[in-house]
Ligand binder design. Sequence first.
Ligand SMILES: [Zn+2]
Length: 306
Amino acid sequence: MNRGSRRGVLAQGLGAGLALAAAPPAQGQPQAPPQAQAQPRPLVVAAFSILGDFVAQVAGPAVTLRVLLGPEADPHEVSPRPSDAVALRQAALVVRNGLGLEPWLDRLLRAAPPRGRVLTASDGWPALIANGVADPHAWLDPAAARHYVRGIGAALAAALPAQAAPLQAATAAYLTRLEALEAWVLAQVAGVAPERRVFVTGHPGFAYFAARFGLRALATPPQAWGGQGAGQLAALVNQVRGGQVRALFSTGPEDATLMGRVAAEAGVPLRGRLYAETLSAPDGPAATYEALVRHNTGLLVAAMAG
Ligand SMILES: [Zn+2]
């Protein structure tokens, strides 16, 4: 899962995260409702943009949301900034993925223990193991996403007891939408012949998604990120050629070059970009988790069937 040295995500993380957050009432602003000043909204910190969306869908403006790694930032590797520690200390709730995805956040939490609860959203969900290591990308399975959201909804209701009822109602409504989302993906995949249900990505993030929907997910070997693994890469190219795999995708600018090589050597065009672990910018195709799953599914189904 280690993608090696990556572009600087820090420059984007906080600013983009704040775009998701409802702005807190300005200090001393005369038109601010008195209640808003008397009861500041509790701070909820989410490790990355997809978890932030889960919080936002349930809590809306009831909380001030800070997303440490905003859209287009990679949750695998990051060097947190000092202001992240300040936010964590003040947080009424911190939501992280777990399954080894955020060692940077584990270090930060040890240095800056929050006054509120730390929710590890994947806790209790059965992990898939790859090469002896837990695969962290459970959220791409909508059933796992519902597990995350149930935990987030319960933690929010516990952190904001005065608003427990509306938070529970919002959680239930969002869970219903995620059930519909899963049914929609299943219906889309059903239109693809079983022997064609295979795809390749530049990042091994799709095992949970593939398992849920009866797909085979292949990925470039992790060594290829560091320019190694030529043998495994050649094996992947042969697999694509021999299996007549048509659905090849990058998962972002980081692996577009590598996947471009695989595609060129296999003689198959790249079919676009899937979103695995970050939302797109708000005006992009994956601005929410639901949009992300629909975007990925639309591209996948068209490429596998075509
Ligand atoms: Zn990943």
